[in-house]
Design a protein around this ligand. Structure first.
Ligand code: ZN
Ligand code: ZN
Length: 256
């Protein structure tokens, strides 16, 4: 989060382990006793701990390093090196290396059979260019996605439960109807809709439920398909086996 970024070609330099050039200085928390010759590019490997990341990089920059690798001796987890305060004085690139990589690089750099400092190329890893977005995704977006997923599941289950309590529209439309005429009305027959409490009038379309109770088509259809699949008067289920054959009206179901 400080210093310069690597260019497209990366950075080529000779890798040095800090304690190898400055005995006793393992973490880069102080500048090298003798600054490096800056006619060559030096990439300094220092160990994590004892001071801030930016302090290590500042000290190595002051000692003539072209780049710094900070190695973690404890954990295999790559992290982003943060720094507080003004870091505009830091102009060299630096990178964090987790334990396994650190140990490998360190071993190779200290190998006496290598014949002098290792020549290495640091390259840009686009994936780690966006640590902030990674953190944002892990801490905020993924819990939000999880919550949204759970909410959708909850709504789907709720909908399923609701649908189980309702009569399918096609089924309701298959129930018999008749037209009401006051001239044909006989005493004792119901002449009012128990849903809207209006008297039946001439030419009113009535729906006859299996229990023989009658209602305005518009009233009972809405009741059965949006509220309950039970007759409002006697509570009988109008489609008792709706779960197995929900789309068949009673006449057809008896044939099946
Ligand atoms: Zn009605
Ligand atoms: Zn009824």
């Amino acid at each position: 989060m400080f210093g310069s970024r690597l260019g497209d070609d990366g950075l080529v330099g000779r890798l040095l382990v800090v304690e190898d050039v400055d005995p006793g200085n393992i973490d880069g928390c102080r500048p090298l006793a003798t600054p490096m010759d800056t006619s060559d590019s030096w990439i300094m490997l220092v160990e994590r701990g004892n001071c801030g990341f930016v302090d290590k990089v500042r000290n190595m920059q002051a000692s003539g390093a072209a780049a710094v690798l900070v190695g973690d001796p404890w954990y295999d987890l790559p992290i982003t090196m943060y720094a507080s305060g003004d870091t505009s004085d830091v102009h060299i690139p630096s990178s964090f290396v987790a334990r396994r990589e650190y140990n490998g690089i360190r071993e190779a750099a200290l190998d006496p059979s290598g014949g002098g400092p290792l020549l290495v190329r640091l390259v840009r890893n686009e994936y780690y260019e966006l640590p902030f977005l990674d953190v944002l995704f892990i801490t905020i977006l993924s819990p939000m996605l999880m919550m949204a997923f759970i909410y959708v599941l909850y709504r789907l289950r709720l909908r399923q439960h609701r649908l189980r309590d309702l009569a399918p529209t096609d089924f309701v439309h298959g129930l018999p109807t008749k037209t009401f005429y006051r001239s044909k009305y006989r005493d004792g027959e119901p002449d009012e809709c128990a849903i809207c409490l209006d008297d039946f009038g001439d030419d009113d379309e009535l729906r006859i439920l299996p229990c023989k109770h009658e209602y305005h088509v518009r009233c009972i259809d809405r009741w059965l398909t949006t509220r309950k699949k039970f007759c409002p008067i006697c509570k009988q289920n109008v489609c008792p086996s709706s779960e197995s054959t929900p789309l068949l009206p009673p006449r057809l179901r008896s044939i099946v």
